[in-house]
Design a protein around this ligand. Structure first.
Ligand SMILES: [Zn+2]
Length: 450
């Protein structure tokens, strides 16, 4: 007997299409697809709706401005309710990760409601020397390099340092990945100083002006060049500009560069003129409407390979938007609205095919980060992480109804169309009827292999 089966669904299998099939689950895994599957302890009737693999958000942050354990518990519940069943968490800091990561993995196993893997930021020679050890000890296969830092918090690293790091990633093999924050520091510095002189009490638009589009475009060129020379797999995080995405499209046409591009749900759905104001301050900043349109064009032509969130959870007390453009903290909680925002902007408003959207939210991030086909598809042997979507459901976003501890949303008061109705995680119904039905710790840490 099966543990669970999903019947009456329009089942999306990335790379193959939509199928009217039942999905059978046993011991947390998908074990069979087909008509008239055997009896199951629990049957979930999808009512003709879309059944997709659980989404993978490859780009979030936890524990930056608040306790890691607290955020690991609340924010993974927000993820789950948003249809995200696996997250990739970027960790930073200048110290060795060897003494820290074991304790963090223990917290994940106790607190997380979704499966979780780490990417480690590399800032120092000492960390770079330990990259293979991070893999052997913790199963980490992706590393991040910042071409520009966060002013007052940490500096970026040089091209020489990045090249050496890329060579290490290349030496680790085809399944290891270097992630890069692409902005040129010197171009940012000039623009930032000018904005500070002219509009120190600036708006979201001024914040965007302090981070010119060309700084991203130029850095993308440089990162791709260095990766081509080093021979590593490259993943460009949070592409936010039309110029950056267009430049990347040109580079990708020349197939010698193994590079993948990510954008985020925020850059696809909110622009710098939004009434929300400085609570939407972010790094890189929200851009213009033309950038939003430009990014969608690059989603459609597959230049953009994955969708992430760059979620940085916080509440208004941490955000301190009242301190103005320079004093406010960068970031926003966005996990629970990730897929709904993309469905609203892409599928409903722009007619982007559903399979394009779902593939970039499921199979593609799983492939880049070495967890496919365990994650990111619906096939016998894959983990039973499934989302039943009501694509036509409209819901007005109210942050106090979301599971994040954050008390604001980029979509506050706006209607988003397309929401998860049921989320199945590891073969169990984990979210249903607006309520979470699993306990913290139901998620696991994902150790990856090269
Ligand atoms: Zn980030």
């Amino acid at each position: 007997m099966l543990d669970l089966k999903v019947t009456n669904g329009n089942v999306f299998i990335p790379g193959a299409g939509f199928f009217k099939t039942e999905v059978g689950v046993k011991d947390g895994k998908i074990v069979m697809l087909g008509d008239k599957l055997p009896e199951a302890a629990r049957t979930v009737d999808a009512g003709g709706k879309t059944v997709a693999p659980g989404a993978i958000d490859p780009h979030i942050h936890l524990g930056i401005f608040n306790d890691f354990a607290l955020e690991c518990e609340s924010e993974t519940r927000a993820a789950l309710a948003g249809g995200v069943t696996t997250v990739g968490v970027f960790m930073g800091g200048g110290e060795s990760y060897l003494p820290q990561l074991g304790a963090l993995i223990d917290i994940v196993e106790k607190k997380s409601s979704v499966d979780l893997f780490f990417h480690l930021s590399i800032f120092t020679e000492a960390q770079m020397a330990e990259m293979e050890e991070y893999y052997r000890t913790f199963g980490v296969t992706s590393f991040k390099f910042y071409m520009a830092g966060v002013r007052g918090v940490f500096p970026g690293v040089t091209d020489g340092f990045i090249y050496e790091g890329f060579r290490k990633v290349a030496a680790m093999g085809d399944r290891a990945t270097a992630c890069v924050h692409c902005e040129d520091q010197s171009l940012l510095d000039i623009a930032f100083d000018k904005v500070c002189r002219e509009t120190p009490n600036g708006t979201l638009c001024d914040w965007a002006n302090a981070h010119p589009n060309m700084a991203e475009e130029e850095a993308i060129m440089r990162a791709c060049y260095l990766a081509q020379k080093a021979g590593n797999r490259l993943y460009i995080v949070h592409i936010s500009t039309k110029e950056g995405a267009d430049r990347f499209a040109g580079i990708c046409r020349d197939r010698t560069c193994r590079a993948f591009g990510e954008t985020t749900s925020a850059y696809l759905s909110v622009d710098k003129n939004d009434q929300i104001g400085l609570v939407a301050k972010m790094l890189p900043p929200l851009r213009s409407g033309a950038d939003v349109d430009g990014l969608w064009e690059r989603v459609k032509d597959d230049t953009i390979y994955t969708f992430g969130t760059d979620n940085v959870s916080m509440n208004r007390a941490i955000k301190q938007a009242e301190k103005g453009m320079l004093g406010a903290m960068p970031g926003y909680p966005i996990l629970q609205t990730h897929l709904s925002a993309i469905l609203t902007e892409g599928y409903h408003k722009r007619g982007v095919p559903l399979e394009t959207i779902l593939t970039k939210a499921t199979a593609n991030p799983a492939r880049v980060f070495g967890i496919y086909p365990q994650k990111g598809t619906i096939a016998a042997g894959s983990d039973a992480d499934l989302v039943i979507f009501d694509l036509d459901r409209e819901r007005t976003v109210k942050s106090d109804e979301l599971f994040s501890y954050g008390d604001f949303s980029l979509y506050e008061g706006k209607v988003l169309k397309g929401w998860p109705e049921v989320v199945i995680k590891g073969g169990r119904v984990a979210y249903e009827g607006g309520k979470i039905a699993i306990e913290p710790g139901a998620g696991s840490y994902l150790r990856r292999t090269l």
